[in-house]
Design a protein around this ligand. Structure first.
Ligand SMILES: NC(=O)c1ccc[n+]([C@@H]2O[C@H](COP(=O)([O-])OP(=O)(O)OC[C@H]3O[C@@H](n4cnc5c(N)ncnc54)[C@H](OP(=O)(O)O)[C@@H]3O)[C@@H](O)[C@H]2O)c1
Length: 167
């Protein structure tokens, strides 16, 4: 586990669904604000597909690191080519808070490395059709250390913010 490496995700409460056809399942106003305020002035790491799903790239006021096995350079963002390169970067920069922000593929690779999970937990009013999922949060590995009140938007599902620490 690496102290300064975290994951941040918005997912459905029961099925851990995070995306469909390359896009997010929900665009929740206060969740976007939460993501911004949590990650701003810090570092984010995302897979190439997630990076290209951002409407504005790179995300402002953050160091953006894109993971790709290809040779593409991303204007205004850093490029890294393996999980190991990120791990080494995190270890060499212990004062930097580094947020793994997806997608599916990337969360799975870093689940055993991150020390905190910032989870936006969304109530599924009806079963969602998804093709991307966050890994299971195992009780024996993670302790819930923070839980907000529910946010109840008028025309969107209700959701709350959870933080888990690695046991
Ligand atoms: N709800 C949320 O919080 C949330 C957050 C983020 C994403 N998402 C959703 O997740 C879905 C995308 O997930 P995804 O798994 O398809 O794509 P992804 O993780 O965003 O990107 C996958 C790409 O990352 C690169 N990559 C992965 N592992 C690597 C490694 N070890 N070393 C170097 N490069 C590596 C590869 O890029 P190359 O092909 O260029 O080599 C791979 O094709 C979308 O639906 C998105 O909306 C949801």
């Amino acid at each position: 586990m690496i102290e300064n490496l975290y994951a941040i995700v918005a997912m459905t409460e029961k099925t851990n669904a995070i995306g469909r056809a390359g896009d997010m399942l929900y665009h929740l106003k206060d969740d976007l604000k939460y993501f911004k305020s949590t990650t701003e002035n810090n570092t984010i790491v995302c897979g190439r597909k997630t990076y290209f799903s951002f409407p504005k790239r790179p995300l402002p006021n953050r160091k953006n690191i894109v993971l790709t096995r290809g040779n593409t350079a991303f204007d205004g963002a850093y490029t890294m080519h393996s999980r190991e390169e990120i791990i080494e970067y995190a270890k060499n920069n212990p004062d930097e808070k580094i947020f793994i922000c997806g997608g599916d593929n990337i969360y799975k690779q870093f689940m055993d490395d991150v020390s905190k999970l910032y989870v936006t937990s969304i109530i599924e009013e009806k079963k969602v059709d998804a093709d991307s999922f966050f890994p299971e949060i195992l009780e024996e590995k993670w302790k819930l250390t923070s839980e907000s009140e529910y946010i109840c938007p008028d025309n969107a599902p209700k959701y709350k913010f959870l933080i888990y620490d690695r046991i």
